[in-house]
Design a protein around this ligand. Sequence first.
Ligand code: HEM
Length: 539
Amino acid sequence: MLEQLSGLMEAAPPLPVVVLACLGVYLSGVSLYRLYLSPLSRFPGPKLAALTGWYEFYYDIIKDGQFYLKVQKLHEKYGPIIRINPWELHASDPVLFSQIYSSGVKHRIEKYAWSQQGLRLIDNSHILTESHELHKLRRKPLATFFCSRNTDNMEPIIWQISRRIRSRLQKLNRSGSVVKMEDLFTVVSADLVTAFSFDDAVDLTETDELQLPGSIYSALQTVARVSAWLNHFSWVTGLINAIPPTLLLRLAPTVATNNRLYLLVKKQFDSSRAARISTSKTTVTISDDELTDELLSPDTKLIAHLLNSNLPPHERTPERVCAELLTIFMATIFNIPRVMMVTTYHILANPDIKEKLRSELVDLLGPDMDSKQETPVWIKLNKAEYLKACVKEGLRLFFGALRGSARRNLDAPIVYKDWVILPGTPVGMSAWMLNTDPEVYPDPLAFRPERWLPGNHKPEMDRNFASLGRGSRTCLGIHLVYVFMRHLLVAMFGPGDRPELTLYETEESDVATTVSGLSGLAKRGARGLRVVVEWMSAC
Ligand code: HEM
């Protein structure tokens, strides 16, 4: 018997061969499924992309965030709906934009989790919540806080902080040095978000938590790049999260920027009056209607608003509230500096645009705006068509995220020409393709505010405008973005004693969004927006 068994053992193939054979069978099975049996196999696209996620990895990581350009080429070859990886479709016809990114009133819309794997630190926040119902519940109190009426209420503080750009530039003018505008934009963005979030404002340049080797702006750019890696290797995020924060801060200070920001938010939370006096309110059911436009007192801070909201108690724990606060903090200090760099660059690079903007602001606000110390309110700025057009064009050319995160309609198919996209299938659209459609925006890469002026502005331009997302998960800070950008531009280019900025060794490629990461990034090695400042007296 023993002899027979040992004979069999000798005849059996060695272990590595068995492992390889099993792997071969497994891979053949997966390949067969992906190429021929999956419901997505009916959709056109390169076979390699249908077979493996490494196709996307190559363009995303090896080619440094260039998958969005490859997708555009694939659409030219394969048509308006294509398969871009084994699990996901991509569409290019703008008529589908509002359908895919729908309001979620009639159907349950979920965000496809893949694109957010790199953001585990804010796992608990509404932005990373996949489930339609839970996302809706979590977003509601935030949507109330950031609705247009409440944002308008914040205008005096928005203006007060925007003006800091002017005073900081005045101080820097005396030093005669070259100014990196991204650092200034990051600091004022942080000033604003802490002013409306917490009881006490934080001076970002002074906090121990953020003593970084380089600037906060460049640390955030690195985080946005690394997060693209982490989408492909989500298990690394688990590893990073397992490293004790103090050790991570030492090992990889830049990668740990999220942790630093979290510590900063947590410190504010612990010391806030709102957290101390918060009572455990009982659950109130959130009804199915649209946003309540409840008017909050202008002094209400986001932290107090969340702690006292109608969310169930388990949704108002310190961890949950801190995750929401960190989300808002990061969304603001990631995006505002980038969009302001793009917009300011184009205004400075085009003296005629700068002149038109300035003269409109002088006409509207009067030459002595500064001495009157008035807030240039939204209603008044709403008449500044050229200012609004510059903001819109800056947002268009910033793009937000170049590769839109995919959505899944759980309840209804998407029917398009001969195609039926089954419920639950992840499908996305790229802001890059929508915002640069030459039929809608002629000469699409040129900064032309005129295209948004009354008379030129066509409905298709709004249909295609994708920088701030669309539907149930559209940007929460939409109104804040418009108000803040307008005020920052008034502070830089408006009347009164003001800075005269001149570009210093800056080219478009130093600021342009050309790399797809967590948000739209500039190319590696971009020098950023650098200016020299001369102080101009109004009289
Ligand atoms: C120019 C600046 C900004 C741009 C271009 C931008 C762009 C976007 C885009 C495209 C989305 C949708 C993401 C997706 O589909 O997965 C989004 C979502 C979001 N944005 Fe913004 N954003 C900006 C500024 C802000 C600001 C200042 C805030 C602060 C309140 C903010 C808060 C958010 C939040 C919380 C979400 C997630 C909404 C949800 O999942 O329900 N954003 N943003």
